[in-house]
Design a protein around this ligand. Structure first.
Ligand code: SF4
Length: 75
């Protein structure tokens, strides 16, 4: 049986952070790198508006589990 993949999305304009909770290993690299964006106690816990797109991209590329990714909406 196929496992359902849960995907959460957090947008900042045309930029969207994608997070897969079942893939996340809670290494907290994101929380340590960008605490203003990733707050495990916040609702929502990812607030992409608190960093630049470049900061978000470089953080996302460093997520050790691949739980984080992003896409940019094309106009
Ligand atoms: S860096 Fe990736 S694996 Fe670590 S807590 Fe954040 S989303 Fe999860």
């Amino acid at each position: 049986m196929e496992k359902k993949i849960i995907v959460k999305e957090y947008s900042k304009g045309d930029f969207t952070v994608v997070w897969k909770p079942r893939t996340c290993i809670h290494a907290a690299t994101c929380v340590e790198t960008l605490p203003k964006v990733y707050d495990p106690n916040g609702k929502p816990w990812i607030k992409p508006e608190n960093a630049t797109i470049d900061e978000l991209k470089s953080q996302i590329d460093n997520c050790p589990s691949g739980a984080l990714s992003y896409y940019v909406k094309n106009k």
